[in-house]
Each structure stands twice: as C-alpha cells, then as structure tokens.
Write a protein that binds this ligand. Structure first.
Ligand code: ADE
Ligand code: ZN
Length: 324
C-alpha cells in the first residue's frame, strides 16, 4: 500500500511553509545568519517537539522561523519542501505563509514574497509541480493589523491565490476579521480559514457566513453540530484535514479516535494534508499512511480523497483536467 500511495498523484492544500522548516535547515540558516539557537543539536530540536496543544506548538513555530531573514532563506525553505513533496508523489502544493510573523521581526513583505515565488517558479520548471500561494492572517493579532497587511500586499495581489486565517483559534472567532475578509473579497481574492481545529463548530459556521470562505482548514469538530455537518455535506465545502497534526496537537488522543471515518460517512468533501510537516512527523504521504494504518481504507477511498483535492485546488483548468 505504501508504494501505491506514493505513486498516487497527491495535492497538498493545507501547508504552512514555515512549518516545513526541518531542524537541519534551521541550523544551516542560523549559521548563515549568525543566529544562536536555543538548541545544541538537531536531535534536541526534535525532542522539543512534544506538544500539549496548539499554543505550545505555535510558541516553537514562531521561534523557529526567526532564522528566516533574506529572500534566499525563504527560497531555500520552500525548495527544501518542494523537493521532499515531489519525491513522495505530490503534484501540486498550496503553501500558506504568515507575513505578520516576519514583518514583526523586520522582514519586509517583498523579501518574503520574492523568495517564496522564486522557489515556486523553480519547482514548476524543475519538477513540473504546480503551486499556489495563500497569505494568512494571524487571528491572535488585531484585525487592524491584518487590514494593514492586506493593504501592504497591494503590489503583490497578482501573486496571491487566496488569503487565509490561522494561529491561536480559541477566543479568536472568524467574526473578528469580517472587514478584512470583506476587503479581500472586494479585491477579488478567494478566502479560506482555519476553523473547528481547537475552536468550536460555531467558528466553522462563522467562517462560512461572515468570511465567505470557499474551504475550511481542519473543520474536524463540525460533527458536534449535526445541522452544520449537513450543510457542509449539501454544499460540499471542502475540509482540509491534517490527521498527524491533530494527533500531535492532541486534538485527538489516538489516530483511531480521529473523526475522519465519521466525516467520510457524513458525505463531506475531505482532503488529506500535512499542515506543518517538520513539526508533526511527516508530509502528505505520511498522513495518507497514518490513515491507512488507523482506518484500513481501500484504494478507492484514497483515490477519492486525492481527487477531491484536485477538484478544489487553486489551479488552472488545463492543469486540473490533466490531473483528473
Ligand atoms: N499555524 C501553523 N500551523 C497552524 C495550525 N495547525 N493551526 C493554526 N495555526 C497554525
Ligand atoms: Zn494549519
């Protein structure tokens, strides 16, 4: 099954590029930028990745990305990920990035976007990967800051495929970003949002009603609200589910307790993704494999999940037809 899952053309819709920073590259970039890390070795970094919840992960995630300073650093980060992804049968990657986390460290938007988009073009040339870029707002920061980031992204709007919403979900409801997402809509940008990862099903409802999103990132708590689950089934709004992330952040205690089989039975449009592969123990293939081990799904189920991701990806129609 592993060999078959590897050859299955897979599409990654939910990936934080800063969460693909492997400890080896973290050390290399720290050396290049003369930054002292609070770890003695790569092994020590990996040992620190023992999380209690989303916030305990976010603390290390924001700390780790401090090694990213130049456009070349962002380029190397993305190329490192694309190389691994294409080697495990990923054919299209949608990477989200967190501009506020870098702006707060004095790293300008043009540096971030230049490095990432240069890597996207090179991966397209080198491996035939297609890619899309999602600019995410940090929901635990003020909405006014997100609005100013959206304005600062003005010169780069053509390079963005969507905007997103991530970071600490509890007590940061989607409604806080109503105006920002309304402005993004006016600018012609598609919208996605994390909702129902740690936060309640109500946040999924808000993401749909207030932010007018076309996809929900995670969304695994939707079954707590049967009416919402029925709505997601009827509208086929996709969920970008990240099983290993949910396990490592203790959204579930055991993969066999993951709501994925229930979500599938409920007729929802599901996709399988990695979220932050360097922190959660693997990329897209590892996430498919974790499902194989926990749920013993057949090939048709995996084919259907991979197909869902192709159907709802931000990609041109010619590419979509070729992959379907
Ligand atoms: N930022 C990076 N990974 C995230 C996750 N799983 N949830 C919310 N924000 C994130
Ligand atoms: Zn995420």
């Amino acid at each position: 099954m592993k060999d078959w899952l590897k050859t299955l053309p897979k599409v990654e819709l939910h990936l934080h590029i800063e969460g693909s920073l492997e400890p080896e590259l973290m050390f290399a970039l720290a050396k290049r930028n003369d930054i002292t890390l609070p770890y003695a070795s790569v092994e020590e970094v990996r040992e620190a990745y023992d999380f209690d919840d989303l916030q305990s992960f976010l603390d290390l995630y924001y700390q780790g990305m401090a090694v990213l300073r130049t456009a070349d650093d962002f380029f190397d980060l993305a190329m490192d990920y694309f190389r691994r992804a294409q080697a495990e049968g990923v054919v299209h990657v949608e990477l989200s990035f967190d501009p506020q986390a870098h702006l707060a460290r004095g790293i300008e938007m043009d540096v971030q976007i230049e490095g990432l988009t240069r890597a996207m073009r090179q991966a397209e040339r080198e491996w035939g990967l297609s890619t899309a870029l999602i600019m995410s707002f940090l929901r635990d920061r003020p909405a006014e800051e997100a609005m100013s980031v959206l304005e600062r992204a003005g010169p780069y709007l053509e390079l963005l495929d969507a905007v997103g919403l991530d970071s600490a979900e509890r007590d940061n409801p989607p409604s806080k970003f109503a105006e920002v997402f309304a402005r993004a809509k006016l600018l012609g940008l598609p919208r996605v949002a994390h909702a129902g990862e740690e936060g309640p099903a109500e946040y999924i409802r808000q993401a749909l009603d207030v932010l007018d999103v076309c996809r929900i990132d995670h969304g695994v708590r939707c079954l707590e609200d049967p009416e919402l689950a029925a709505r997601l089934r009827d509208t086929q709004v996709p969920l970008t589910v990240c099983p290993l992330s949910n396990l490592r952040l203790k959204v579930v205690d055991d993969m066999r307790d993951h709501p994925l089989p229930g979500l599938l039975d409920a007729g929802l449009k599901l996709t399988i993704n990695s979220d932050d592969p360097a922190y959660f123990g693997g990329g897209v293939l590892d996430n498919y494999l974790a499902c194989h081990h926990a749920f013993d799904w057949n090939k048709d189920t995996f084919r259907g999940l991979a197909r869902n991701a192709i159907e709802v990806a931000f990609m041109d129609e010619g590419r979509r037809r070729m992959l379907l």
